[in-house]
Design a protein around this ligand. Structure first.
Ligand SMILES: Nc1ncnc2c1ncn2[C@@H]1O[C@H](COP(=O)(O)OP(=O)(O)OP(=O)(O)O)[C@@H](O)[C@H]1O
Length: 255
């Protein structure tokens, strides 16, 4: 499955104003994998994600989506890359004044010239894919937290993206709903071959679904671990990495 990187992050240095958050980090994401970006609160996960989707620019470095560098891309080229990726932000951000169907139709309206009935058909396929087919005409306020997340994933996938970026997908969900969401993501990845890049601090989710992860560290401004979550938990020689995966309190680390 994983012989070809679909994303290559090369020597990325990023931050805000004069503050460097991550310095000279490099990593690859392979086609079809579920890739986790982990790390403690405020270490820079979302900052790196925003660079990867071309929402903000890093100080330096390249981010290749296949053969195109999203850091340098502007105008039509950037829109072309955006057509190939889907994004779900932390707050799901469904528009309250629109039905589920209208919310998920938005990217199709923005990026295609398809006739309305075709767009609606695509939306209904996506709703079926995430188990929300019967709820197309409900308003977001009528949905549970888990349903809103699934709807946001359906919207991120409206344009049949090759890569979907999810920022804290299980934030605010109870553990059972969170597990259901993990399994939905696994199913979408395995059945459609979509690559998922997921920012999260939910360790149970990481162990359930991530094929590979990187762990970012605030004080080192870099990647302190990369690999399969289980291997990192069991075999890492770095006490900070083991602490992270085993959630050992800080004072035990040096022992
Ligand atoms: N727009 C901004 N301007 C200035 N500083 C910012 C901005 N956004 C984030 N930061 C700072 O950058 C650092 C990294 O933030 P970021 O949101 O990327 O971390 P994170 O790992 O995603 O955090 P969390 O897990 O809490 O969501 C933090 O110190 C944050 O306060």
């Amino acid at each position: 499955m994983k012989d070809k990187p679909i994303i290559r992050v090369e020597h990325l240095t990023t931050g805000y104003g004069h503050t460097v958050i991550m310095e000279d980090i490099s990593f690859d994401v392979y086609k079809g994998e579920i890739f986790g970006i982990l790390g403690g609160s405020g270490c820079g996960k979302s900052t790196v994600l925003k660079n990867m989707i071309g929402l903000t620019k890093p100080f330096s470095g390249r981010i290749w989506i296949d053969e195109e560098d999203i850091v340098l891309a502007e105008g039509k080229q950037k829109v072309g890359i955006w057509n190939r990726i889907g994004v779900m932000y932390q707050q799901s951000a469904l528009f309250g004044s629109m039905s589920l169907l209208e919310n998920i139709r938005l990217p199709l309206e923005e990026f295609t010239n398809l006739p309305l009935p075709i767009m609606n058909e695509i939306v209904m396929t996506k709703l079926k894919m995430v188990g929300l087919f019967p709820f197309a005409h409900l308003a977001p306020s009528e949905l549970s937290g888990g349903m809103k997340k699934r709807a946001a994933i359906a919207r991120a996938m409206a344009m049949d993206p090759e890569i979907v970026f999810l920022d804290e997908p299980s934030a605010g969900l109870d553990p059972i709903t969170s597990v259901e969401l993990d399994h939905l993501i696994i199913r979408l990845s395995r059945t459609l071959g979509v690559t998922f890049v997921i920012v999260t601090h939910e360790l149970p989710s990481v162990f359930t679904m991530a094929d590979r992860v990187i762990v970012l560290d605030k004080s080192k401004k870099g990647i302190i671990a990369e690999g399969k979550p289980k291997d990192l938990k069991e075999k890492s020689k770095d006490p900070f990495v083991r602490q992270f995966f085993n959630r050992i309190p800080q004072e035990d680390v040096s022992l």
